[in-house]
Write a protein that binds this ligand. Structure first.
Ligand code: TTP
Ligand code: MG
Length: 414
């Protein structure tokens, strides 16, 4: 199923929406049992405790699911529902081995892979999309490689964020590929009919509570006034669920590198009404972050700003950095671009800048990235900048942070 489509190829250092993929393998343990024992192909395979013992089903092949068998069901019940089911015990080390091979396949497409479970991962493919016709062809290529190398199938969701990607991967299982919409109006329509329990963070208790108040679908959250949601759920949960119900999710794909991010923020004594001053603060923060980043010896591939308004509403906006960088100019440019794109006219309470998706130069991850992101004309300039940054860092370290500065304001924005 394909809902909407998009083309994300844009120039580096321009603001672009992200393209996130979520992969979830189909009937993972059962599919591996069928792979290792071809006699089981096409049969209702149930992985877990045997039906004459206490214990539960870990998973079942889609053939067994047709009889109503599912994960976490007592095996006894499964045996009753599916008398011809072939029960096999769990072989965790084998599944872990295949899981490792799967992650290697994913990392050959992008270094930005976040493993969520044994058969599930997020990928931020924003930076590699220019190598493909579009996101759909990249997703197809990933599925083809998994099928060719592992002889298994998985389902992929493609979306502008993690929440929508995960929902999408589940929509067309097994062997599915769903591209979520990217236009706000379409996203809202896409989410509206889903049960409210599909929103991340709505577990048993919250779900019951919402249902008892007549909130059964995401549409009901979309339509309730914010004040009412706040009364029902409290400030934080209301903001969180309302954002998700509108398809907004700023979480980044975390690769599991040691240090995940470096950031710095500042709260004004009195909310700041002057965008030029906020911009100046942001540049100072970006400079500090850039300095800390170089001290850590790492390069960043994502820059982020954070803005909190008088009413505590907080937004974060991200921008991919290509190639990975630790230089002032790139980070300051990113900060300014992100800020100016927001075109903020409201008073600001807090402003922050951060970098994430960090890697060490020379690491396999980084070398891959250099291959994935062809050299830019600006590389030579970057090299000069790097030397200058290190010289300035030395002076700052000897005489304090405020001791040297560069030409301020617009000049920094290419
Ligand atoms: P899932 O991805 O939830 O399930 P699945 O891959 O078997 O089937 P599908 O994604 O196509 O719906 O979980 C991945 C593996 O984790 C699953 O194969 C077995 C294991 N698992 C358990 O052991 N117990 C559980 O309750 C669940 C949900 C999964
Ligand atoms: Mg799965």
């Amino acid at each position: 199923m394909t809902i909407g489509n998009r083309d994300d190829r844009q120039l580096p250092h321009t603001i672009m929406s992200r393209t996130i993929m979520h992969l979830d393998m189909d009937a993972f343990y059962a599919a591996i049992e069928q792979l290792d024992n071809p006699e089981l192909v096409g049969k209702p395979v149930i992985v877990g405790a045997s039906p004459d013992k206490r214990g539960v089903v870990a998973t079942a092949s889609y053939e067994a699911r047709a009889f109503g068998v599912h994960s976490a069901m007592p095996s006894r019940t499964a045996g009753r529902l599916c008398p011809n089911g072939v029960f096999v015990p769990v072989r965790m080390s084998r599944y872990a081995e295949v899981s490792g091979q799967l992650m290697d396949v994913l990392e050959s497409f992008t270094p930005l892979v976040e493993k969520i479970s044994v058969d599930e991962a997020f990928m931020d493919v924003t930076g590699v999309l220019h190598l493909w016709k579009d996101a759909l062809s990249l997703a197809r290529a990933i599925k083809d490689r998994i099928r060719a190398e592992l002889k298994l199938t998985g389902s992929i969701g493609v979306a502008p964020n993690k929440f929508l990607a995960k929902l999408s991967s589940d929509m067309d299982k097994p062997d599915g590929l769903t591209v979520a919409p990217t236009i706000e109006k379409e996203i809202i329509a896409f989410l509206a009919p889903l049960p409210v329990g599909r929103l991340w963070g709505v577990g048993g208790k919250t779900n019951e509570r919402l249902n008892s108040l007549g909130i059964h679908t995401v549409e009901h959250i979309q339509q309730r006034p914010m004040e009412e949601l706040r009364t029902i759920l409290g400030e934080r949960m209301a903001a969180h669920l309302s954002a998700l119900a509108h398809g907004r999710d700023e979480r980044s794909v975390e690769t599991g590198n040691e240090e995940k991010s470096i950031s710095n923020e500042m709260t004004y004594g009195e909310d700041c009404r002057d965008p030029a001053r906020v911009r100046e603060t942001l540049l100072r923060l970006a400079e500090k972050v850039s300095h800390r980043l170089r001290r850590s010896g790492k390069l960043a591939t994502t820059a982020q700003i954070k803005l909190r308004f008088s009413d505590f509403r907080t937004i974060t906006r991200q921008l991919p950095l290509q190639p990975a960088t630790d230089n002032d100019r790139s980070l300051l440019n990113a900060a300014v671009e992100l800020f100016e794109k927001e075109n903020v006219r409201e008073p600001i309470r807090l402003v922050g800048f951060g970098v994430s998706n960090l890697s060490r130069p020379g690491q396999a991850r980084d070398e891959e990235q250099q291959l994935l992101f062809p050299a830019l004309d600006s590389d030579l300039q970057d090299e000069k900048d790097t030397k200058l940054d290190h010289a300035l860092d030395e002076i700052r370290e000897r005489f304090g942070t405020g001791s040297v500065g560069r030409a301020g304001g617009k000049g920094r924005n290419r």
